[in-house]
Design a protein around this ligand. Structure first.
Ligand code: ZN
Ligand code: ZN
Length: 370
């Protein structure tokens, strides 16, 4: 048995253990980070039906012929049921279902990232089977990161730190948000990262948490929110820092300091056994007590791993308990319309001794002399 083979066996054994514990008979995963997490591989996701079907003692991949050889090379142990474009997936899917269950599957947990057309095809082939979301199953599998995953996340974070340094270096009066973004994307690509993205929000654009970047020219005296990330190997990075052209105003300093205190409060609250809601509340209370509660427009954070956004969700009222090995963002912000915004974002790894920040950069505003 090859090392890769035993690794796949170990992954599938974990999936089966959680599936059984959730009282489910079968799992159907589409091309997605859920499939990547379960097998180490995911074919290209497109309009063609593709799914791994798995029960307690069997599995089969229903796969379009054009992706089948690649999937077979990556997952030689998994039996395939192939179909041609002109035939459609129905016969292959029916054969897979018959093979797996022998008529005994009562419920299938379905990948929440499966396309609706694929889900409808599955329902049509298994009209008497109860289809439920696999989100709780996948959350249990993915939320607690293994040591090799945490190492990969730390490597991705180190590259993000370099990209942030490139952003700070590119910020000066007269350049556009797009120019700063280009410097960041180039830094990520030079470091071998894939799918780089960046949000450069200068001056009043900082009041929009999801502004990307534009031709707007940076001006002396303005703060700039820089949020960036990329995928290095299979794992993502995500961080936000503040840059300021020239000396910040007293008002800017005041707002930045509130967001910093909110970050610190959430970092302290992020302990094994705390709920997601506890961490959110710690940040939100600081901002609300300072009078800006209405201007903190979003949840405090999100999990990060194979996906940029995944469980846990660090938001008000979420009673989910955080465990050792959870990885998530803490990113409080204050958004002041027509003025500016301030957001500071750390990715942390939860350990028995508290939250460890993966970035090596401090959260002080980077003041660029003008
Ligand atoms: Zn984030
Ligand atoms: Zn971010």
């Amino acid at each position: 048995m090859s090392a890769e083979h035993s690794r796949l066996d170990a992954r599938l054994a974990r999936v089966r253990a959680v599936l059984a514990d959730e009282g489910l008979d079968a799992l159907a995963l589409a091309p997605s980070d859920n499939l990547r997490h379960s097998t180490g591989f995911s074919p290209l996701a497109d309009e063609r039906f593709c799914a791994l079907l798995l029960t307690a003692d069997a599995e089969a991949l229903v796969v379009p012929e054009l992706n089948a050889d690649q999937a077979a090379a990556a997952l030689p142990e998994i039996e395939q049921l192939r179909f041609k474009d002109q035939d459609g997936p129905t016969a292959a899917l029916q054969a897979a279902l018959a093979k797996l269950d022998g008529g005994s599957v009562a419920s299938i947990a379905v990948d929440p990232e499966m396309r609706a057309d694929a889900l409808l095809a599955l329902r049509d082939c298994a009209p008497d089977v109860r289809l439920v979301s696999a989100a709780p199953v996948m959350r249990r599998l993915r939320e607690t990161k293994q040591a090799d995953e945490i190492e990969a996340i730390r490597r991705a974070a180190a590259v993000a730190d370099r990209a942030m340094a490139a952003a700070v270096g590119a910020c000066r009066p007269g350049v556009s948000e797009n120019d700063v973004a280009a410097a960041v994307l180039a830094a990520f690509r030079a470091a071998g990262a894939d799918e780089p993205w960046v949000s450069v929000c200068s001056g009043p654009n900082g009041a929009f948490p999801h502004h990307e970047h534009s031709e707007r020219v940076l001006r002396d005296g303005e703060p700039i929110v820089v949020d960036l990330g990329a995928r290095l190997g299979d794992y993502h990075s995500d961080m936000t820092r503040m840059v300021h052209l020239g000396e910040p105003s007293a008002r800017y300093r005041e707002v930045h300091e509130i967001v910093e205190r909110a970050s610190q409060a959430a970092l302290r609250a992020a302990t094994v056994g705390a709920t997601c809601g506890d961490v959110d509340r710690a940040a939100r209370d600081v901002i609300s007590d300072a009078g800006y509660g209405e201007r903190f427009l979003h949840r405090t954070g999100h999990g990060l791993g194979l996906s940029l956004h995944e469980a846990p969700w660090i938001m008000a009222g979420d009673e989910h308990v955080l465990g050792d090995g959870a990885v998530f963002s803490i990113e409080p912000g204050i958004y002041l319309p027509d003025e500016f915004g301030v957001r500071l974002e750390e990715i942390v790894v939860l350990t028995p001794s508290g939250a460890q920040i993966v970035s090596g950069l401090d959260r002080a505003v980077a003041v660029v002399a003008t």
